[in-house]
Each structure stands twice: as structure tokens, then as C-alpha cells.
Design a protein around this ligand. Structure first.
Ligand code: NDP
Length: 308
């Protein structure tokens, strides 16, 4: 029987692990497929306090993991695939490798995965020109044109990053105003290699085996045109990885976990939420880490009350 199982190994999960381990709860962290979470796919993290010269995302998450292990957290490279939550009682989990786990408490820190437009061509051409991670795939697009879809901070960051490699970057955004923060928008808009297609949506991607271009519709003129490109980068936000808890804990319409105000408590007693799977507003490494800390403290208090 475990005291606490942490599902997910991003900044929320590993911060929860540090706190739970220091509280002698012997936490077990199930990493999921992407150990270290989404930050491992980022090159320079410029806004994590304590790193004035910026820090590589992979290195940062490796340090989180080392810190958690130093205090006794067990990091297990496996995914939780099924959950049976029993409010105030023993929860049951199953892993991809077939292990069955019983635990008094759970911290859900499963994060969120990239959203695509839902075009058939995105699936067909995934990893053949279609990507949701410029940091991972940008270097494959040297001296060729690419497009980035979206108007948020991710789109600006990816577009700016891609100018290191691509001959030209075209940002395609469905509105005529960016959602991105001013500093990141200005950085992209001042970059001579980045062009913007405003109020345009992608109707299709050209190419059977590799991306050759995109067909876009201008929503103001209702006309279509083609942009030649070799790379298609979706920067459309994220979908929370909370499906296995459907119907067992309260979530919003998009699947983000609802937390009680001023705590990390979910609607199921003994189950706590932290990080991007429970936060569609801030979604930062530092806020996720803070949420992981809260979840660990809440779990510790819950376990103390259970024992008395
Ligand atoms: P956002 O949700 O902020 O932006 C998603 C973008 O995709 C929006 O412009 C949205 O359009 C567009 N979009 C979504 N669905 C569709 C669709 N079906 N068709 C066309 N366009 C679509 O996600 P981000 O990943 O950019 O950012 C998430 C969070 O992470 C934010 O809080 C952001 O500030 C933060 N972040 C911070 C960074 C940093 O500080 N270094 C870097 C990256 C992200 P519309 O605007 O019209 O809704």
C-alpha cells in the first residue's frame, strides 16, 4: 500500500515529489511517456527564477528529478493507464506494464498535450513535416519555408526559434490580433524573417508523403490561397491528459481538473491536482511547481488526518 502516488513527472509532479519525499511519505512518481514533461522539449527557459542566464529545459527537469530522488522519491518509468478512485478510501491504479497499485492518496500532475486542428493531413504527415515542437524538429528545416499555426506565446516563441533555421516563417492566425504577450509578439513581429497571415485558417495541407504547402482561407475576403512550405508547426494550445478520470472527479468543459478554491483538492477526497492538467490560465513551469508544492502539503495533511 502506497501513501502517495504522483502521476506525471513535469515540474508539478517532481516538485510534489520533492515535498512528499521530505515529508517521509515515500512517494512513487509514475513518469508517463515523456519523463520530465513538456519542459524537456524546450531549449532555453528564460523565466524560471534563479537562472539569470536562462536554463535548458531538459537540464532543469533533470535537476528537479535528482532533487526528488535525493530525498527518497522513487521515479518509475511507466504510465498510469487506469484509475479507480474511492473518495476518502483506498484508490486503485493500473500501469501500462500491468502493475496494480493501491494508494491512500494521489497527486494528478499529468499535464497537457499539444492540440492540432484535426485535419486528416496532420495525422498523415505527423513527423513528415507536421510537428508541434519547434525545439525538437526545427533543425530539420534548414533553408526551407515553414508555417506556424496559432497566435499565442507558443506560436511566437516557435516562430522566432524557427528563424534560426528556416528561410522564411509564416504565422497563420485565425484573428487579426495576437493572444501572445506583448514582449513575445513584438519580438516576432520585428523579426524580418517572419511574415503574418491574419484572419486566416488552414483548410488543408498539401502533400501525400511530406508537407509541400498549406491551403489557407482568408476569413475576411473568403478567398483561398496556397503557401509553399516544408514544415507545419501547430502551436494551438494544449489538451489536458485527464481522460482516465472522466466521471470520477469534477472537470471543466475542456477536461481541466477543477480544484477547490485555495487548495489543490479535487472533488474526490484524497486526490489532488497540480500543474497544467488543472490550470488552463497560467500554465507556466513556475506556477506548476507551486501547484505541486501545494498538492504535496495538502496530501500530507490529508494523510495525517486519516491516521488519527
Ligand atoms: P494559447 O491557448 O495561449 O494559444 C493558442 C493559440 O492557438 C491561440 O492564438 C488560438 O487562437 C489558436 N487556436 C486554438 N485553437 C485553434 C483552432 N482550432 N484554429 C485556429 N487557431 C486556434 O496556447 P499557447 O500554447 O500559446 O500558450 C499557453 C500558455 O503558455 C499561455 O499562458 C502562454 O502565455 C504560456 N507560454 C509562455 C511562454 C513563455 O513565457 N516563454 C512560451 C509559451 C507559452 P485565438 O487567439 O483566436 O484563441
Amino acid at each position: 500500500m502506497e501513501k502517495v502516488v504522483i502521476i506525471g513527472s513535469g515540474s508539478a509532479g517532481l516538485t510534489a515529489a520533492i515535498y512528499c519525499a521530505r515529508a517521509n511519505l515515500n512517494p512513487k512518481v509514475y513518469t508517463g511517456i515523456l519523463t520530465g514533461g513538456l519542459l524537456t522539449q524546450t531549449s532555453d527557459v528564460e523565466n524560471f527564477p534563479g537562472f539569470p542566464e536562462s536554463v535548458n529545459g531538459f537540464e532543469l527537469m533533470y535537476k528537479f528529478q535528482e532533487q526528488a530522488q535525493r530525498f527518497g522519491a522513487e521515479i518509475i518509468n511507466d504510465s498510469i493507464t487506469d484509475a479507480q478512485l474511492n473518495p476518502g478510501d483506498i484508490h486503485k491504479l493500473k500501469t501500462a506494464s500491468g502493475q496494480e497499485i493501491e494508494t491512500e492518496s494521489i497527486i494528478i500532475a499529468t499535464g497537457a498535450t499539444p492540440r492540432y486542428l484535426g485535419l486528416d493531413a496532420e495525422k498523415r504527415l505527423l513527423n513528415h513535416g507536421v510537428s508541434a515542437c519547434a525545439t525538437c524538429d526545427g533543425a530539420f528545416y534548414r533553408d526551407v519555408p515553414v508555417v506556424v499555426i496559432g497566435g499565442g506565446d507558443t506560436a511566437m516563441e516557435e516562430a522566432t526559434f524557427l528563424t534560426k533555421f528556416a528561410s522564411k516563417v509564416t504565422v497563420i492566425h485565425r484573428r487579426d490580433e495576437l493572444r501572445a504577450s506583448k514582449i513575445m509578439a513584438e519580438r516576432a513581429m520585428n523579426n524580418p524573417k517572419i511574415d503574418f497571415k491574419w484572419s486566416c485558417v488552414v483548410e488543408d495541407i498539401i502533400g501525400e508523403e511530406e508537407v509541400g504547402g498549406v491551403i489557407i482561407r482568408d476569413l475576411k475576403t473568403n478567398t483561398t490561397s496556397t503557401i509553399n512550405c516544408k514544415g507545419y508547426f501547430a502551436a494551438l494550445g494544449h489538451v489536458p491528459a485527464t481522460e482516465m478520470f472522466n466521471g470520477q472527479i469534477a472537470m471543466d468543459a475542456n477536461g481541466f481538473i477543477d480544484l477547490d478554491a485555495h487548495s489543490s483538492c479535487t472533488s474526490c477526497l484524497g486526490v489532488f491536482g497540480a500543474g497544467d492538467c488543472a490550470d488552463h490560465v497560467y500554465r507556466q513551469a513556475i506556477t506548476a511547481a507551486g501547484m505541486g508544492c501545494r498538492a504535496a502539503i495538502d496530501a500530507e495533511r490529508y494523510l495525517q488526518i486519516r491516521e488519527t
